[in-house]
Each structure stands twice: as C-alpha cells, then as structure tokens.
Design a protein around this ligand. Sequence first.
Ligand code: ADP
Length: 503
Amino acid sequence: MATVAVPKVHKNFINGEWVEAKTGRAFEDRNPAHPAELIGIFPASSQEDVDEAVDAAQEAFKKWRLVPAPRRAEILYRVAETLVKRKEELARDMTREMGKPLSEARGDIQEAIDMTYYMAGEGRRLFGQTVPSELPNKFAMSVREPLGVVGMITPWNFPMAIPSWKMMPALVCGNTLVIKPAEDTPLCTHNLVQILTEAGLPTGAVNVVNGMGPEAGAPVVSHPGVSAVSFTGSTETGRLVNQACASSFKPCHLEMGGKNIILVMDDANLDLAVEGAVWGGFGTTGQRCTAASRVAVHKKVYGEFLDRFTARVKALHVGDGLDPETEMGPLINETQLQTVMRYVQIGRDEGAKLVTGGHRYESGPLAEGWYHEPTIFSDVAPNMRIAQEEIFGPVVALIPFDTVEEALEIANGVTYGLSASVYTRNVNLAYRAMRDLEAGIVYVNAPTIGAEIQLPFGGKKATGNGHREAGTAAIDFYSEWKTLYIDYSDRLQRAQIDSADLG
Ligand code: ADP
C-alpha cells in the first residue's frame, strides 16, 4: 500500500522566504506505516534561526496590528476556501506523514477549515464591552488589543487542526507568530503555511522554524521578543515551557496530557457504550489527549460489556491509513511503540488481566511499521499505573465499579482533568456527573473525543493552566483588554468621589 513519492527537501519560512537553517543540519520525516518511505527532509534549526524569525514577526507586527480585523479576516476566508479545495490531497499527505486513517485525516483538515471560517467570522466581532459610566458626560468601553509576537509549539497528533487552533485566532486578533511544529509532522504545517502565504498574508506575519524541541522550540519560548506562548504537548515539556515563561510574566497557554474516562452505568445503552469505547479508546490509535484510556463499568453489566467490547476490538482492521478498510493505523514512531510495549509489561506486572492484544506485529505486512495490537486490560484497579499514567497508545484499562460515588471517585482520582464521559439514560445521574466530574469537557452518551471548534477546549489539573483553545475562549488568550474612558464634560470628575448632579 506504500505510496511511492519523491522526498522533498523543505525549508523554514522566515520573513516571507523559504530559507535553510543556519546550522546547515536537517532531519528526516518518515511514514510510520512504512518507515523506509522518506516523506521529506526538514531543517534542524537553532537559536539563530529563531532570532531571525522573531525579528521578522516583530517587524510585521507593526503593520499587521493596524490592519482592520475584517480585512485580516478576508485572508482567513481565502485560506479556508483553499483548504476545502485541497482537502483530499492534504489529508493524504497527513496520513502518509502521521499514520492516521484517511477518514480521520480528512476530519483533521475539516477541523482546520471550521476553525479558519470561525475565526474569519470573528474579524467582524472581536466583541468588547461598552458600559455606562458612573459620571455624566463620560464614556466607558473596553477593546481587545493583540499581544505582539506569539510563539507556538505544536504536537504531531493533530498536525493541521492544532496549528490552526493557534494560528487563526492569533492572526485575526492582530498578532504575528513564530511556530515550531512537531518534528514528526512538519509537512502538515508546511502545507498550511504555504496556503496562508498564497492567501496574501503579509511578509513576516507567520514564520516557521523547524527542528527539535530543545534546540528549536526552547529558544522560541524564552525569546524576549515573544510576547506570549501557546503550547500543546506532554505535561513534562509543558512544565518546562511554563517555567521558561514565568520569569518574564509571559502569558502562556498550556494544553497537556489526559487520562480520560468513560463511565458506563448499569442502565446504559450497551451497544452505544461499546461503540463509544472503541472509538474513544482506539481512534487515532489512542494517540489523542482526549483518548478514553480508562473505561469504568458498573458490575451489573461488566461481564456483558467486556464480551461485546472485546469482540469489537478483536475485529478492528489495523493497517496503513491509506487503505479505506483501515480503522486503526500505526503509532507515530518507534519511541511511542516502545512506550506502549513498556506499559503493557507494567500492566501485566501489576496483575491486570490482558484480554486481547498486548504485542507489536512481529510478522506479516504490519511488522515493518510502528504498529501495536489494540489492547484491553480488564480487572484493572484504579490506582494501577496503567490506570493513572497517560500511555498515548491503543491500550484501554477496564475498571469495574459498584456505585455512582465509586465511579466518580475513580474518574476524579487521577492527576489529569481533560475529558470525561458518562453513558446513562438516567437524567438525574447525567446531571450529577456533569457537575461532579473534574474535567474541562464532559460528554453524555458520547465518547471522550469529538470536540467542536465553537466551544472552549482544554482541561483542569495537570492538563492545563486555566486557558482554553477554540471558540471565543481562544480570542481571550490571543488578545489583551484595554479599557478606555473618554470624559467630555470639560471638568475634572473624580470617580467614586464626585457624585453626579441629578438636577
Ligand atoms: P510528545 O512526547 O507528544 O512528542 P512533547 O511535549 O515532547 O510531546 O512535544 C510537543 C512539542 O514540544 C514538539 O513540537 C516538541 O518538539 C516540543 N518540545 C519538546 N521539548 C521542548 C522544549 N524543551 N522546549 C520547547 N519545546 C519543546
């Protein structure tokens, strides 16, 4: 199924030009389904390249901040339209680069399209407040201002959606940016930026610096010319980013790990819950920050759920994402495969019961790629490591429970707080779960994945630091308030001291 393509040598994008890294070094981008297939070669950048990119973005900011937001939005509309036109070709590039099935890759591009249209619409809103002043002949309002140059660090699991979640709101608010894409999926960002450029974005407004995290990402985060940072990735790296921003009070948005749960109550529609658990646990090979890596099931229906879930998971079609039959693709790289294999061993050592899966593919056509069998552990205790730590792979831990209280305690008993779901037909129970689940996103009768772009996205506890992406919440991060008072009384009026003459 491998697509034979000539690997291209790609460059950074700085100050409106495609340029090589000053280091002269490069890295390889390979297809995880067929690691022998080279997708492209990208520059391995360092501080010097970042410095140039930030200079360009600072220069561009001087003009871009003054472009009326509806005009900025027109460029985004054009970007969205090109994404629509080129969706299929972009999705194929994504599947080859990242491994997710083509249907999911199309979804990833669609999310970028949705976000781009949404943020283009914001160009004619960017609402502030106009409120009455307590004094006569005085006007009071607030407006949004851009922050300056935003530094963006992105992961590989949603290689076009996540960059668009950051770039589109930042741009419509009048910021310029430097993005350091994940080293496993630089082609998707390259494609997106090429489309932005073709749509007429001014020189220097968007800059791309490719490379590894510590060499190319860390200098973006710590650069004094970068006014704010948006990061999506692991909790360990997020902590470093947070620390690097703290000393200069740089606003920093962090979107990190998850250990999300599906709760299946005894009155649930079991067929629906099984479908949800399969999609939530094994969609994107479990490599979503919202993946349902834990499924807790009421003991009354545990046996039946386990049987149906196992049968469904055993039947999953694993393979190259370009094959239309494929339901689950490979892991992103060898390191991620090793991590999954390590956790399978940890689960066995902890005494969890391996129901199905548990191995990489040692022979046959999948042996060459970074594939791992879809894996279920049953009878998992909530405190086991496989039920506590983010694995980011096709491994689901099934946990039995007796009462609603116990279910909520299990759900909340992890350090993360991104996404949670409950399957029930009891409205009282559904509302109680919505109130008590410690998560940024809660689903009822749907799995832990499936966020839409018009609402806030993000999590609590070790998942995030209070900011949210998407919807108007993104606008709140990429703009700063300026409060304006206009006194047209021609005299000194003192707030809180002078009272209005009521005549
Ligand atoms: P993952 O393990 O899922 O790849 P990471 O947090 O390591 O998650 O990577 C997410 C993004 O963060 C990638 O673009 C990566 O290059 C970048 N990154 C890694 N280390 C650093 C760092 N020290 N500073 C800034 N960015 C980093």
